[in-house]
Design a protein. Sequence first.
Length: 339
Amino acid sequence: MFYISLSAQSIREIRDSVGFCWSSNEMDSFISWLEKNQISDNSFESENLFVAISPHDDYLYAGRIYYQVYKIIKAKEIIIFGVTHGTVRKAINDPQNILILDEFDFWKGPYGNVKVSDLRNEIKSKLDTGFYEVNNLAHSLEHSIEALIPFLQHYNREIKITPVMVTRMPFDRMDSIAVKLSEVILNYANEKNLKPGKDLFILISNDANHYGEDFNNYPYGLDESAHKAATYEDKRIAHKFNGEISTEKISDISNELWTETEAKEIYPLWCGRYPIVLGLLTSTHLAKKLGKDISGKLFCYSDTFTEKVLSFKETKMGMTAPFSLRHWVGFLSAGFYLR
């Protein structure tokens, strides 16, 4: 196990001050705007909701997709499975086959500091040390976990988080980690008298296809028909989140998203392709230990070219990347229920 620490810091500072909202008043206004400008009239049940997939793109692009998830999360302890983006991998020598934990006591939020759950230390003490490393630098550079905090904290000021970055690894190893991790989580929940779903929740951070010249990813071209074809593929894969979630279905999803499986010629570039698989495997194994199944529901899908910039005016937020037919990113929200 390899430790890297940042001079005994106890508060994880904000990484992206442009794309996300770090003012409590502005976040309140943004939620009010989203309530009046929802992407869909559909309402999704919160009862038995245990896991969700959330975007982490700029709020002025993806805000309406975030909103569908967070307004129905009631839990006070949140496990967040985040991405290890390419820029972060480069800075930390591209670790693979492991989870990355932090050692901060708090993370910054718009309504005050967010406490890190005791579950993190349980994971460190109970999980095989070959399954993870502790690296504050990685968590300081990565934005896919902090993106979820303002929405979470808006609805519950007392939340605690367990931040977990996921690296690339083979499916079998990921499943082995998920089995052990589900045991640690369930034992912690039992010790703390936390009910999965009601008190303890799993969030998976993901943006879907990153399409265009800047990503060297444009197999269908760069016009409107290409956008239609690529978003169709995103939606086709996203619909696999509907219905019962089994290890076999999760393996199928990994074949759709992981280029190393070589199951097809064209792959969409989903940055959350590893957190999705680990998060679903972990929750499925945990559900089995409870004598239950996991059933999924796709809430909504969109992309930066379709959404463009939201017309929310009371903001200091901006965009960290452009949108066009030559550069766009997909995103979705989905919920998974204990049945």
